[in-house]
Design a protein around this ligand. Structure first.
Ligand code: NAP
Length: 280
């Protein structure tokens, strides 16, 4: 049975489901199987990136899967080494050729790389790529308010979405509030903490028991009630379906606060602070 997933409308009119599918590390024929099974299960938003080196896999899974192109929004991201204007346009074209797609629905700058200081130039390239129809909607990933403010000041155009690390151990409450006030949708990467212990946390497990749900469903429901789009990854069809089944229950305000209380300043997965982290 294919589940209907609620949608959210971005500021520029693009509608995307509130849960998509993450694809980092999913490559080759195993990757095709995992992504195709996600599409068969009803995922209608696929997250990828130049640096995941799986655009060929992604394109193959889309061709094999049951969804038509116009009902399956696809995201990709620009790596730091191509922040120069001309390089950025070529990188987008290369990604499209590899995936054998005509356009990306969403295209993001992967990291701001503030020490390099070229993210405004990259943003201008994305604005033009959109005008040329290479991409439908443009956004960023891992941008702090200071980076977003600079984009606004120098180009007059703010991203419609910012994909940031967000899970109960690092809940991004102030960044999310800042974005909400400006109509920027928050998309959460590594929502399940990459399988590194969050799902065995005592508070999460107790809530799973109380609601008769799995720990992953509790965590993804918490994201949803905070208004964030999530993109959990799983190579197991059962867990892919489990992660989509979060719409038949609601966490109480007190239980939301319990999960909020797990956040800590050093709760990032690999200590990747966008103010200093560089990704090429
Ligand atoms: N913009 C960025 O800088 C950035 C950074 C990181 C990630 N991302 C994106 O965000 C996506 C999601 O993040 P992620 O892949 O790092 O990690 P994640 O989705 O938080 O966690 C994936 C891990 O959780 C396990 N898992 C999934 N569902 C489960 C369930 N129901 N019960 C138990 N375990 C479960 C998976 O194992 P199984 O496969 O065995 O189920 C896998 O090991 C990525 O794939 C990528 O598209 C973006």
């Amino acid at each position: 049975m294919v589940l209907e997933i609620p949608k959210i409308r971005l500021r520029d009119g693009l509608e995307i489901p509130v849960i998509g599918f993450g694809t980092v590390f999913l490559k080759g024929s195993e990757g095709v199987l995992a992504i195709r099974s996600a599409i068969e299960d009803g995922y209608r938003l696929i997250d990828s990136a130049y640096n995941y080196e799986n655009e060929g896999t992604l394109g193959e899974a889309i061709r094999q899967g049951p969804a038509s192109r116009n009902e399956l929004p696809v995201t990709s991201k620009l790596p730091g080494r191509y922040h120069g204007y001309d390089e950025a346009i070529k990188a987008i074209e290369e990604s499209l050729f590899r995936a054998q797609l005509d356009y990306f629905d969403l295209y993001l700058i992967h990291w701001p790389n503030p020490k390099e200081g070229k993210y405004v130039e990259a943003w201008k390239a994305l604005i033009d790529a959109k005008k040329r129809g290479l991409v439908r909607s443009i956004g960023v990933s891992n941008f702090l308010p200071e980076h977003l403010e600079r984009l606004d000041k120098e180009t007059g155009e703010l991203p419609v979405i910012n994909q940031i690390e967000m899970h109960p151990f690092f809940n991004q409450s102030s960044q999310r509030r800042w974005q909400e006030e400006r109509g920027i949708v928050t998309e959460a990467w590594s929502p399940l903490f990459r399988g590194r212990g969050l799902l065995g946390d005592e508070t999460i497990m107790a809530l799973a028991d109380a609601y008769g749900k799995t720990p992953a469903q509790i965590v993804l429901r918490w994201h949803h009630q905070h208004g964030a789009v999530t993109i959990p990854r799983s190579s197991s069809p059962e867990r892919q379906r489990e992660n989509l089944s979060i719409f038949g229950f609601e966490l109480s305000g007190d239980d939301m606060k319990k999960i909020d209380g797990l956040s800590r300043p050093d709760g990032r997965i690999d200590d990747q602070d966008p103010a200093v982290y560089q990704e090429f």
